[in-house]
Design a protein around this ligand. Structure first.
Ligand SMILES: [Mn+2]
Length: 395
C-alpha cells in the first residue's frame, strides 16, 4: 500500500467519523460497548481474526480468505498497531474493508488500539506522542515522522476517535464470548447486578486487558481494586472463568471464549485446563515470531477462527503466499525496515501476491497415524512369521 492509498482511505474514514456513519458493527457514539448479538446481527458465516499488530501481509492474506465467502461476517479481536512494521497500512486496510463491506465487520477494541495519545507536555524536547503500553512502536513511528503536514496528528486522532466508540466484547446467542482480553475480574462482580453494569469503565477495561494463564498469581478474593497496578496483575485462570460463567449464567451466559491479547506459538492456543470447564481459544492474526516480533521467522501458515454454533470456532490455517519474507505487490513500508525488527534486506522487494492462492494445509496427524499403522503391521507380520517358524521348529 503506497502512501497515497492509505492517505485516501484515512480521508474517507475521517468523513465517515465526522458524520457518525462509519459502517462497523456496533460502532456508535452512545450505547452499549458489550454487545449481545441478536439473531439478526449474528446472521451469515462469522470469522475471527486475532491481533494484527502492523502485519499488513497477514491482513491481506486472511481477509482474502474471509472475502472468498459471500456470506462472511468478520470479528477482528483488536490490536491493529504496534510490534509489526506497518501500523498505518493495517489501520487503513481495516477501515477500507469496513467501508467496502458495510455492517459486516465487527472490530473489538484491543489494548494497543486505544493506548496512544498526544503528549500534554509540550515542553522543549518532550515527545509529541506518548503511550500507556511499552514498547510502543506505533508511537515511535509517529514521533519519528517529521514534516508530514499534520498527517501524524490526523492518523492518531482518527484512531482514537474510532476506538472511543468501539465495542469491547460481543456475546453470541450460543454463549460464545468474543473479546480482546478476557472477563471482568472477581473484585468487580459484586457491582454487576444488571447488564448496564458491564458498561462501567473498570469492567470494560478488564474485557480488554486481562490475560488468560494456566495458574494466575491471584484468584477471586485476592483481587481488589487497590491491588491492580501492572498489566501482569490482570490475570485469570480456568477456575475464574468457570466461576464467572456460573455467577452470571442468567445475566450474561458465557459458555466459551474466543480472544486475542496473549501472543502464542503457532498463532493459536486452546489451553487444556480450560477445555473441561469453559473452553477458551486464543487467536493471533500476525505471522511474525511471537516472542521476538521478527519477520525473518515468519510462519508458513496464518490462522483464523471459523464460527461453529455451540462449539469453539474451528481454527483454519491459511498458507502465506510464497516466498515467505516477500510482501504484497506495490508495497511501500510506512517505516523503513529496522535492524532490530530483524527484517531481511530483501523484505521491501515487492513480490506480487496472488489473491486467493492458498494451498490447503495438510495436517500432520493422518500421516503420523498412517506411519504408526504401517509400523504396527510390520511388527505384527514379523511376530506372526516368528511364531510360525517356532511352530514349525516345535513340530
Ligand atoms: Mn497484542
Amino acid at each position: 500500500m503506497v502512501a497515497e492509498e492509505w492517505k485516501a482511505t484515512i480521508e474517507q474514514a475521517e468523513i465517515h467519523v465526522r458524520k457518525g456513519t462509519l459502517p462497523l458493527i456496533g460502532w456508535r457514539a452512545e450505547g452499549p460497548r458489550i454487545l449481545r448479538l441478536s439473531a439478526d446481527e449474528a446472521q451469515g458465516q462469522w470469522y475471527f481474526i486475532g491481533d494484527l499488530h502492523g502485519d499488513h501481509r497477514a491482513w491481506e492474506t486472511l481477509f482474502a480468505r474471509v472475502c472468498s465467502d459471500p456470506e462472511f461476517r468478520l470479528c477482528f479481536l483488536g490490536d491493529v498497531v504496534d510490534r509489526g512494521p506497518y501500523h498505518v497500512e493495517c489501520l487503513a486496510a481495516l477501515l477500507q474493508a469496513a467501508m467496502d463491506h458495510p455492517d459486516r465487520i465487527l472490530w473489538l477494541l484491543g489494548n494497543h488500539d486505544a493506548a496512544h495519545r498526544r503528549n500534554e507536555d509540550c515542553s522543549e524536547g518532550a515527545p509529541r506522542y506518548v503511550s500507556r503500553v511499552e514498547p510502543a512502536e506505533f508511537v515511535d513511528w509517529l514521533n519519528a515522522r517529521t514534516d508530514d503536514q499534520g498527517w501524524s496528528d490526523r492518523i492518531l486522532d482518527l484512531l482514537n476517535t474510532i476506538c472511543h466508540r468501539l465495542p469491547r466484547a460481543a456475546l453470541f446467542s450460543d454463549g460464545l464470548l468474543a473479546t480482546h482480553g478476557g472477563l471482568p475480574l472477581a473484585d468487580q462482580w459484586a457491582n454487576i447486578t444488571a447488564l448496564e453494569h458491564f458498561e462501567d469503565a473498570r469492567v470494560l477495561e478488564d474485557f480488554t486487558w486481562t490475560r488468560a494463564v494456566d495458574a494466575p498469581r491471584r484468584r477471586g478474593w485476592q483481587y481488589a481494586p487497590e491491588r491492580r497496578k501492572r498489566s501482569s496483575d490482570f490475570e485469570f485462570g480456568w477456575r475464574d472463568l468457570q466461576e464467572f460463567a456460573t455467577v452470571f449464567s442468567e445475566l450474561f451466559p458465557v459458555r466459551r471464549v474466543v480472544r486475542g491479547h496473549d501472543h502464542v506459538a503457532g498463532g493459536w492456543a486452546r489451553p487444556d485446563a480450560y477445555q473441561q470447564a469453559v473452553p477458551l481459544l486464543t487467536l493471533n492474526g500476525f505471522g511474525f515470531d511471537h516472542l521476538t516480533n521478527s519477520m525473518e521467522q515468519y510462519r508458513e501458515y496464518l490462522v483464523l477462527g471459523v464460527y461453529k454454533k455451540d462449539q469453539l470456532p474451528r481454527v483454519e490455517e491459511v498458507s502465506v503466499p510464497q516466498p515467505v519474507g516477500a510482501v504484497c505487490g506495490g508495497y511501500e513500508p510506512s517505516r523503513p525496515p529496522a535492524a532490530h525488527m530483524g527484517i531481511q534486506a530483501g523484505f521491501a522487494t515487492a513480490v506480487p501476491m496472488v489473491a486467493g492462492d492458498w494451498v490447503p494445509h495438510m495436517p500432520l496427524w493422518p500421516m503420523l497415524i498412517a506411519a504408526v499403522a504401517a509400523a504396527v503391521s510390520i511388527i505384527a507380520a514379523a511376530l506372526a512369521a516368528a511364531t510360525l517358524m517356532m511352530a514349525v521348529v516345535a513340530a
